[in-house]
Design a protein. Structure first.
Length: 168
């Protein structure tokens, strides 16, 4: 996955609208489905937990299908990009110990994966206004830059491919 610049304002606006829309649809749809089922199949004991749970599950599945169907719509471009970036960074994070060990040995693939991870994390944290641990990221970036200079390498994050991670 390539890192691209996205408009922070548009991303935040669209993400908030999607989240609010999903919450409203979940609330209304769950009530509609569960109340319909309760009306069709009343329980003499008055316990309708299973119908309420089914209403939530059916509505959540409908929302998931709807988002899946429209995931490539222009309105969701930034939201989908950030979601995929988070998935990509999570894959790297799961291999972080092995990547850091290989990077100290001068493995170009590991160094590239770390460079991608740091650049992607920086972008993600800026989009989400999560700059609390940016100093730690800058420190790790400085360590990575020293390793890159030590092994006389040039890293281009556009060359990153997730397949690199299979070796670790």
């Amino acid at each position: 996955m390539k890192l691209i610049d996205i408009d922070k304002g548009r991303y935040r606006r669209h993400l908030n609208r999607v989240l609010i829309g999903c919450a409203l649809v979940l609330a209304a749809g769950s009530l509609l489905v569960s109340q319909t089922l309760i009306a069709l199949f009343p329980d003499p004991d008055g316990s309708h937990f299973h119908w309420n749970a089914l209403g939530v599950l059916v509505t959540a599945a409908a929302i998931g299908l709807g988002l899946s169907k429209y995931r490539h719509h222009d309105y969701l471009t930034e939201v989908l990009y950030v979601w995929e970036l988070k998935q990509s960074l999570n894959k790297i994070t799961r291999k972080m110990r092995k990547l850091e060990a290989a990077a100290k040995e001068g493995d170009a693939g590991a160094l590239l994966a770390l460079q991608y991870s740091y650049a992607g994390s920086r972008q993600l944290w800026k989009l989400d206004d999560n700059t609390i641990i940016m100093d730690e990221l800058n420190s790790r970036q400085a360590q990575l830059d020293k390793l890159v200079a030590q092994y006389d390498l040039t890293l281009n994050i556009d060359d990153y491919d997730e397949k690199i991670l299979k070796r670790f």
